[in-house]
Design a protein around this ligand. Structure first.
Ligand code: K1U
Ligand code: ZN
Length: 167
């Protein structure tokens, strides 16, 4: 297994739109394992392939405290959503920034697992937030883009300053 480098915002590659995975094979399963290891090491509760510079529709999520409930979503599709909820979000591509975002409270998604089996998942709470956040990554959207232009430019300045100081 390997820990993969995570693309840091702002980077144009975070805005690439991910492609459907036509063939789920050993290379896909190796990427799933590497992404899971990268997510747990960060630490984080989700990771989209976009963030490790792979522009394919693959997400890993584990919102359990015990790190034993890995969910692999390949080619996820949103089947339905309901309600609205404000939740504080973070992003491994935007380190140290936490901001409130309003999203659907409950979602239903259909996806394939790492063996190509199709499943449907109904989610609420942090899992629902995380699914929506990761599916945004697959369409090239970063959560800070829900914030005002002023907040976005302050976040970019803060990250730039932090990177200058830690060089
Ligand atoms: O997509 C990502 O960058 C992962 C992101 C997922 C996420 C978290 C919270 C709300 C929405 C989406 C993260 O995992 S940020 C790190 C984080 O939230 C966390 C880290 C350690 C323990 C618990 C949470
Ligand atoms: Zn993110």
């Amino acid at each position: 297994m390997a820990i993969l480098p995570i693309i840091q915002y702002p980077d144009e590659r975070l805005h690439k739109v991910a492609k459907t995975i036509d063939q789920i094979d050993d290379a896909t399963r190796k990427l799933v394992r590497d992404m899971a290891e990268t997510m747990y090491a960060a630490p984080g509760v989700g990771l989209a392939a976009t963030q490790v510079d792979k522009h394919i529709r693959l997400i890993v999520i584990d919102v359990s405290e015990t790190h034993d409930d890995l969910k692999v979503l390949i080619n996820p599709e949103l089947l339905g959503s309901s309600g609205n909820n404000e939740h504080e979000e973070g992003c491994l591509s935007v380190p140290g920034i936490y901001e409130k975002v309003t999203r659907a409270e409950r979602v239903t998604v259909r996806a394939q697992d790492e063996h190509g089996k199709t499943f449907t998942l109904e989610a609420d709470g942090l899992l629902a937030v995380c699914i929506q956040h990761e599916m945004d990554h697959l369409r090239g959207k970063v959560f800070v883009e829900y914030l005002s232009q002023l907040k976005q430019s302050r976040i970019r300045a803060k990250l730039k300053k932090h990177r200058r100081e830690t060089l």
